[in-house]
Design a protein around this ligand. Structure first.
Ligand code: NAP
Length: 371
């Protein structure tokens, strides 16, 4: 019998990317889907295989949720905080798949990224684990890029600087970034077309607009267009932001590491719309050649696209605009570091809504459907 799968948060950024991937892969033919909402109860849901799913169910109704074999939520931490423990306390024994970070730290949850940790997932399934959570987006993308080095146990430590897209913060933030961009353009649109105004005057007008009280700042609190924000998520009071803290914790949990691999990050929000980029310095535990490193990276998984370290291929292939909407993980700028033989640097980009969020959840759902 087909499993009943409840979808929550399906109209958000991650949820809509998840639904699109499931449509592309014909996953809906293998399940009995039910759509819930926190805000649009009774309204029309998504269109799947030309059928409109009418009458959205109440995502807060525990009795309705209990009827599901599997729940997959992309709604966010507040929802998970409110519902998950109530549902488990009601004796629901189904599988819970989640994009939010809330449950990642729990001992009885597994962080899923099957090209990296399928063995860990299968072991957990056999031991009766029922809660599976997607990882932080930069963590997933870093592991997809450098998975070969981790599985060969070559990594001593990693230092990461991230360049994270606005969509990593959700739908409302993307809309605000575009409003900010529009406000900047409108401030100088006439000057841009008449070719008379000096560049310094244009910059002055744009800067004035950025500092204007009416600049759209409801969600980011500060300008992102024409600027950047070197802080993502809450303060851990250790000097790190929570986004930075997740790097080491989640990587080691995904890998089920016996010895902690040190990972240190500086996470920065930039004004790209979709796709996170990362500049990574790696210390290996032995000196191996660049050619060898390249082969290990390429051979790990079919989504890695190795970009030779030259200008032309780098600027056309190793950017958010080149990979947006695809599962490709370009890895490039590979070079040995001046620091020493065991150190190399590398740059990678990936669509944080696909491998960074929706795709590992979709693949986990597929594993569960086939149980
Ligand atoms: P989001 O786009 O803000 O969507 C979350 C919910 O917001 C939707 O399900 C919808 O709920 C509501 N919503 C309100 N206004 C909306 C609008 N204009 N368009 C669409 N939805 C709107 O959040 P998200 O980025 O998908 O993130 C969901 C969870 O995944 C979060 O826990 C996040 O931390 C995690 N995550 C996100 C990313 C990422 O790159 N964005 C990556 C990894 C993990 P109702 O329909 O019930 O109103």
């Amino acid at each position: 019998m087909m499993k009943s799968v409840g979808f929550i948060g399906w109209r958000g950024m991650v949820g809509s990317v998840l639904l699109n991937r499931m449509r592309e892969e014909n996953d809906f033919l293998k399940i009995n889907p039910h759509f819930f909402s926190t805000s649009q109860l009774g309204q029309d849901g998504p269109i799947i295989n030309n059928i409109v799913f009418k009458n959205l169910k109440d995502a807060y109704n525990i009795d309705l949720l209990k009827e599901m074999d599997i729940i997959i939520t992309c709604q966010g931490s507040v929802y998970t905080d409110t519902i998950y423990s109530k549902l488990r306390k009601s004796n629901w024994k189904g599988y819970w798949i989640d994009a939010a970070s809330t449950l990642r730290m729990k001992n009885d949850s597994i962080i899923v990224l099957d090209p990296i940790n399928l063995k860990v997932i299968k072991k957990a399934l056999n031991s009766g684990i029922k809660t599976f959570v997607g990882s932080n987006c930069t963590v997933s993308l870093m592991l997809m890029a450098l998975g070969g080095l981790f599985s060969s146990k070559l990594v001593e430590w990693i230092s990461v600087s991230t360049y994270q897209a606005a969509s990593g913060a959700g739908a409302k933030h993307v809309i605000e970034l575009l409003k900010q961009m529009g406000a900047l353009y409108n401030a100088v649109s006439k000057d841009l077309s008449n070719n008379v105004c000096s560049i310094l005057d244009i910059i002055k007008k744009v800067t004035k607009k950025i500092q204007d009280d009416n600049f759209p700042l409801q969600y980011f609190s500060v300008p992102l267009a024409g600027s950047l924000i070197p802080w993502i998520d809450i303060d851990m009071k250790t000097g790190q932001s929570r986004e930075e803290w997740k790097g080491q914790f989640e990587t080691n949990k995904i890998l089920d590491s016996k010895n902690q691999i040190i990972i240190d990050e500086t996470c920065v929000r930039i004004s790209s719309i979709r796709c996170h980029s990362q500049s990574i310095l790696v210390k290996l535990n032995k000196n191996i050649s660049l050619k060898n490193i390249e082969e290990i990276i390429i051979n790990h998984n079919k989504w890695v696209d190795f970009v030779p370290n030259n200008i032309e291929e780098t600027i056309f292939k190793l950017t958010p605009s080149a990979v947006t909407g695809t599962l490709t993980i370009p890895v490039g700028r590979l070079r040995k570091s001046n620091i020493g033989d065991k150190y190399f640097s590398v740059f990678t980009v990936g669509d944080q809504l696909l491998w960074g969020a929706a795709e590992p959840l979709r693949r986990m759902l597929k594993l569960l459907i086939n149980i």
